[in-house]
Design a protein around this ligand. Structure first.
Ligand code: PEP
Length: 251
């Protein structure tokens, strides 16, 4: 089953206007035909600016890093999934470990967000992953199974094509420690086995200190269909190099 490779930059709460403009100037200097999907999730505030750049250059798709489980109303500071869809945003990341840990988002809340975002036609990157303590206690697969079953409960079959999964071991995010390609592949194969519909077609990304010098060993694995990238996505040269690696892999 053919799945398209995706390189997704999660800019988190980074980048000024000046840095964004430099990023795209640098990107445009590096001539290369992209043969993968290149997506970026900037801060919500910067989405319209990136949408405009994406419209002009045609090279990237733009998403959000989070959204509310409600469409509208008295939810000060939240990001409406209805408004994201209305603005032509392509995707939203849901359940990033920083949302789970810092903002205490539960699998149950994330399930509401996933269903709501999908109902508006947004693509969803649903993130799962174990902590170091859980891995050391041999609980990785149990944690992943729980995050999958609770977070994706009642997933409508006709929306499954818009769902992507990101496996991000918490101990590998922003730490410089990458899961070995074998550890990642084992988790990805397990995650695929937990999908009740569309399993063979679902794109499963790996995230956790992905860099230009380690992406190749990950992408050659059968069940790894791209990467969700934090730190390295902030530098145009690195992001471009990641997309370059992804452009030569065919699944
Ligand atoms: C992330 O934020 O999803 C991530 C994987 O970060 P980093 O690449 O910096 O580890």
């Amino acid at each position: 089953m053919k799945r398209e490779i995706h390189i997704v930059g999660n800019w988190k709460m980074n980048q000024t206007m000046h840095e964004i403009s430099n990023f795209f100037v640098e990107m445009s200097k590096m001539k290369m035909e992209l043969k993968c999907k290149a997506w970026i999730a900037p801060q919500a505030l910067h989405i319209p600016i990136l949408k405009e750049i994406a419209f002009t250059t045609g090279s990237i798709q733009v998403g959000a890093q989070n959204c509310c489980e409600q469409d509208a109303g008295a939810f000060t500071g939240e990001i409406s999934p209805l408004a994201l869809a209305d603005m032509g945003v392509e995707f939203v990341i849901i359940g990033h470990s920083e949302r789970r840990t810092i903002y205490k988002e539960s699998n149950e809340l994330l399930n509401k967000k996933v269903l709501k975002a999908l109902s508006h036609g947004l693509k969803v990157i649903y993130c799962v992953g174990e902590t170091l303590e859980e891995r050391e206690a041999d609980l990785t697969l149990k944690v992943l199974a729980e995050q999958m079953s609770l977070g994706l409960k009642n997933l409508p079959e006709d929306k499954a094509a818009n769902l992507l999964i990101a496996y991000e071991p918490v101990w590998a995010i922003g730490t410089g420690k990458t899961a070995t390609a074998e550890q990642a592949e084992e988790a990805h194969a397990f995650i695929r086995s937990q999908l009740t519909t569309h399993a063979e077609r679902t794109v499963i990304l790996y995230g956790g200190s992905v860099k230009p010098d380690n992406i190749d060993s990950l992408l050659v694995k059968e069940n790894i269909d791209g990467a969700l990238v934090g730190g390295a996505s902030l530098k145009a040269q690195d992001f471009r190099a990641l997309c370059g690696s992804a452009s030569v892999i065919r699944k």
